[in-house]
Design a protein around this ligand. Structure first.
Ligand code: FES
Ligand code: FES
Length: 489
């Protein structure tokens, strides 16, 4: 271990780490700057791009000992408030899908524009070709770079031309390291928390202040006394954008103005979100179909309670109350915003049946709305499962056999356990002996080895050092039970 003094985003930091630790893991594990992402670990995907003295570099392949005298800029330091021309253009073009690659994309683009404020299409392609987007957002990325270039003020705090140096970094990565590092390449799981920090895109242009009082209508929505509406997304966000699409369905039936909507990821709660078939589930393109009715009814229920409250207040039949864009109205000229009627509406008994809109009347469903997570994505806020830490959390990695149909013979746990930062090494079975796989079981191997340690880099080193021996099963049969019954494979 050694002490390093680092200057990151204009601030001084001191870390005591193994000198070979890539700066990526110093940023993520030791300084909690998680906007810089891990993708390949071998300078080939660009997810980890940072600026070193204004030059774009791949942080996964730069040992901290090599960079301690340079000024480091990460996505968190690219701008004060997410207002770098590229970040604004990224939002304007709604570039991110899952968002995992986007901070690296923005850092590479910032370096390009710093050196070349008016790049041609070919120059953009050349500068960005090492940044991979598994969601395929390349066309929007290019459009956003051109928009940012046109906005003229392309100065960046940490920008700099890094195309040549990045190419050198990539060349330094060997075939051997490619193969080894592929074993721990991975993506992330998008998890949304804390709507206050979330900044719905609509809010950026027309922000409502926080309400003094919230009124709960059902598990999917609450309305503030100032008209702000929070819609809870029941299903986990895995980059498929249910954080945006599910609230759109509720908002449609509520007849709320989309700019008044904030989104929050609901906690897992089977009592609040009952669904015998799928529950709070993501997979198989079943999220929207499985929640379609519940989301619509939740919005329509809220709307009906607001209408009944207005009818009661104005002493008119509820059928005569219409709604549009967060406003209740009667032909007599009486009007009230949802915020003004929220307190009274929350007291109305929840209707058992509600009338849903006709498809021809949809105003939000079927439109394109921007990813509500966009502002968090482009500023590198914690958003993915790998970005979160809890007190005392350790890092674990799995060692698996080189082929299907193999079982663990032995591994050198004693020597690996003695490595720096390693807490435990053990094998575990993913199935009990004799157990048959179900239709959705994705475990490919019956027994695996786990390495647990303090930091990602220490566990990675232990994983490289471990010598696990695997052997074929004498006989190997696997059955699949699921749709269509059991069958031998
Ligand atoms: S994680 Fe560094 S380039 Fe892929
Ligand atoms: S990997 Fe680029 S947005 Fe998902």
């Amino acid at each position: 271990m050694a002490v390093f003094n680092l200057t990151i985003n204009g601030k001084k930091h001191q870390v005591d780490v193994d000198p070979t630790t890539p700066i990526l893991w110093v940023l993520r594990d030791h300084l909690n700057l998680v906007g810089t992402k891990y993708g390949c670990g071998m300078a080939m995907c660009g997810a980890c791009t940072i600026h070193l003295d204004g030059v774009a570099m791949r942080s996964c392949s730069l040992p901290v000992a090599q960079v301690s005298n340079q000024k480091i800029t990460t996505i968190e330091g690219l701008s004060e408030n997410g207002d770098h021309p590229l970040q604004k253009a990224w939002i304007e073009h709604d570039v991110p899908q899952c968002g995992y690659c986007q901070t690296g994309q923005i850092m590479s683009a910032a370096a390009l524009l710093k050196d070349n404020p008016k790049p041609s299409d070919e120059e953009i392609d050349a500068a960005m070709h090492g940044n991979i987007c598994r969601c395929g957002t390349y066309i929007r990325i290019k459009a956003a770079i051109k928009t940012a270039a046109r906005s003229a003020k392309s100065g960046t705090k940490g920008g700099g031309g890094g195309v040549q140096k990045m190419t050198k970094t990539k060349i330094a990565s060997s075939r051997r390291s490619f193969l080894k590092n592929t074993l721990f390449a991975g993506g992330g799981i998008v998890i949304g928390f804390d709507w206050l920090a979330q900044q719905n895109l609509a809010a950026a242009k027309d922000s409502l202040a926080l309400p003094k009082e919230w009124y709960d209508f059902n598990a999917f929505l609450k309305i503030g006394d100032n008209g702000l509406v929070t819609i809870f997304t029941p299903n986990p966000e895995f980059g498929q954008n249910v954080m945006t699409s599910m609230p759109m369905i509720v908002a449609e039936e509520l007849d709320v103005d989309w700019k008044d909507v904030r989104v929050e990821m609901a906690m897992h709660d089977p009592a609040k979100f009952p669904n015998a078939a799928f529950g709070q589930f993501t997979g198989g393109s079943r999220g929207i179909p499985s929640k379609w009715d519940a989301l619509r009814k939740a919005g329509a229920t809220g709307r009906q309670m607001l209408r009944e409250a207005a009818a009661k207040a104005w002493q008119v039949p509820v059928e005569e109350i219409t709604t549009a864009n967060s406003v209740l109205q009667h032909s007599s000229g009486k009007k009230a915003t949802y915020g003004e009627m929220a307190a009274a509406a929350a007291q109305i008994p929840v209707p058992k049946e509600v009338k849903l809109k006709a498809v021809k009347d949809f105003k939000i469903i079927g439109t394109s709305q921007k990813n509500v997570e966009g502002p968090k994505i482009v500023t590198g806020k914690p958003l993915f499962g790998v970005d979160y830490k809890v007190e005392g959390m350790l890092i674990a990695m799995i060692v698996h056999p080189p082929a299907f149909g193999m079982k663990l013979k032995s591994f050198n746990d004693a020597s690996v356990k003695g490595m720096p930062g390693i807490k435990d090494v053990f094998s575990f079975k993913t199935y009990n002996d004799g157990q048959e796989k179900g239709g959705f079981d994705t475990n490919a191997f019956p027994e695996l080895v786990a390495i647990v340690g303090n930091s990602t880099w220490e566990v990675m080193n232990a994983k490289k050092a471990i010598k696990a021996e695997w052997e074929p099963f004498a006989t190997y049969t696997e059955t699949v039970a699921g749709f269509g019954g059991k069958k031998a494979r």
